[in-house]
Design a binder for this molecule. Sequence first.
Ligand code: SF4
Ligand code: SF4
Ligand code: SF4
Length: 157
Amino acid sequence: MPKKDKMQPLQLYRYLPRSNCKKCGVPSCLAFAFGLISREKKPEDCPDMLKDEYRPSLDLLKEYFGEGAQVEKTGLLIDKDKCTGCGDCVIACQKCQGTIMFGTGTILPRDVPDVYKIVDGIVDVKHWESCKRCADRPEMCRVCEERCPTGALELVK
Ligand code: SF4
Ligand code: SF4
Ligand code: SF4
């Protein structure tokens, strides 16, 4: 199963009205594109996208972002339909979550429970607070996302 081809903000921007009217509550259509990626905005939050002329773009974006996705406190999105239960993310995270970089470049050990567990053949988040993204000095780690062979994991923040 291939990884999901991720659209970048400029690619998303091309599907938007590009009038920078601010009716969606952000200063520009490009800012709205970033909001789509972080799931803070939905395609239908742009009133102009509801016009007939933008219907094909709206349908495409709604299909791309899907419905009902859950953003965990770490900015993690899991598409459980894509998870094969291979456990690669569990092992990759165990290796990297056990240490954290200090400001001086020193690597410090951490004693924290595993973020992930495979339950009934599908990945589950057991301790989101162990993720390096939740540390006092957060690390914007994306090891699990990079390691997942099916694109089931996506870090959107
Ligand atoms: S409401 Fe739509 S057209 Fe206006 S700035 Fe937001 S995304 Fe762009
Ligand atoms: S981002 Fe890093 S620390 Fe957080 S769950 Fe993924 S691999 Fe683990
Ligand atoms: S989320 Fe990805 S890496 Fe983790 S068990 Fe599922 S398929 Fe494997």
